[in-house]
Design a protein around this ligand. Structure first.
Ligand SMILES: Nc1ncnc2c1ncn2[C@@H]1O[C@H](COP(=O)(O)OP(=O)(O)OP(=O)(O)O)[C@@H](O)[C@H]1O
Length: 307
């Protein structure tokens, strides 16, 4: 395996829990140095896919390669190269936040600077608090810090900004972007479209255990938005004819500029993406085959999301 190969390659994964088919032919990749967001409704199969990739679960069929290795048979050395942050992820509750973070760092050969990470995520503010007394958002920050402290080559983050206030969320995004810049492949699940637009180089839209759409945010929105385009403006200024959308958008930009302001494009893109997701889910639920087409092949370079 060379360093240009994707950090994660899942091919035709199938997995059932009894009668529930959680994965049904799921294929996706995640590149090194990129943030890949797994999107989809509750129960789509995202956590199951991540569990297969971390070696927690053995798929019934299909294959997963993580840094070139089958995670189910991975050595401890390989596991040390992969970071995992799971919701309510079994943090030892009798230790303080900082004790746990230092312990986590001590398990790795070349960890990040513990104090720097703690300061960046505001963990220093509750350094001496017992883990069992932390708030939900504080636990999330600690779990994130533990997932990344060992400078993983690939890290899985399950809803990393859930329950965090806006200022911490911004810092978390910076941290995740910084991690990707150093070459780490970041795979995250989230239901927050602003996170996706602000962070993700690539998105994989998952529904009923398979990938419905794949590409950069812009590619997925462009490829899958409903006829007529202008999803955002339709959502925020109803009754606008599709043809009039570009002119209206321009007028809004100009109006904002006259007030010395700039339109926040990211939230518009988030609204676009959300509308496309809802549309894809509706079409998938009604059995529309076209909803299953992918935007581009996983081996094509992604154009980079709006950020
Ligand atoms: N341990 C389990 N036993 C039985 N069914 C399960 C188990 N884990 C998941 N499922 C079912 O498998 C399907 C996929 O669940 P999964 O947790 O992978 O979805 P998800 O996309 O991560 O959802 P969410 O966004 O809510 O986290 C769902 O129908 C879920 O109820």
């Amino acid at each position: 395996m060379d360093d240009h190969s994707p950090a994660l390659v899942a091919t035709d994964l199938a997995h059932s829990y009894g009668a529930v088919r959680a994965l049904d032919g799921l294929s996706l990749t995640a590149e090194r140095g990129e943030v890949t967001a797994l999107l989809g409704p509750n129960g789509a199969g995202k956590t199951t896919a991540v569990s297969c990739a971390t070696g927690l679960l053995r798929p019934d069929a299909g294959s997963v390669r993580v840094l070139g290795t089958d995670p189910w048979r991975a050595s401890p050395e390989h596991r040390a190269r992969v970071g995992v942050m799971i919701q309510d992820g079994g943090l030892a509750s009798g230790a303080t936040a900082m004790q746990l973070l230092r312990y986590g760092a001590s398990l790795h050969a070349a960890p990040l600077d513990v104090d720097e990470v703690a300061a960046h995520l505001g963990i220093d503010e509750f350094a001496r608090t017992l883990v069992r007394r932390l708030s939900g958002g504080q636990r999330q920050r600690l779990a994130l810090a533990l997932a990344i402290i060992g400078r993983p080559d690939l890290v899985f983050l399950d809803e990393p900004t859930a329950g965090m206030d806006p200022s911490i969320r911004r810092r978390v995004r910076e941290l995740i972007r910084g991690l990707a810049r150093t070459g780490t492949a970041v795979v995250l699940t989230t239901h927050l479209m602003d996170d996706v637009v602000g962070l993700a180089d690539a998105v994989r839209v998952i529904s009923r255990g398979r990938v419905l759409a794949s590409g950069s945010v812009q590619e997925v929105v462009r490829e899958h938005r409903g006829p007529g385009g202008g999803v955002t403006l339709r959502a925020t200024a109803s009754g606008v004819a599709p043809d009039a959308v570009p002119a209206l958008e321009q007028a809004l930009h100009e109006a904002a500029a006259r007030h010395g302001a700039r339109l926040e494009v990211s939230s518009a893109a988030a609204a676009d993406l959300e509308a496309v997701l809802l549309d894809l889910m509706d079409r998938d639920a009604s059995g529309d085959e076209a909803a299953g087409s992918t935007t581009h092949h996983d081996d094509a370079p992604s154009a980079g999301a709006a950020r």
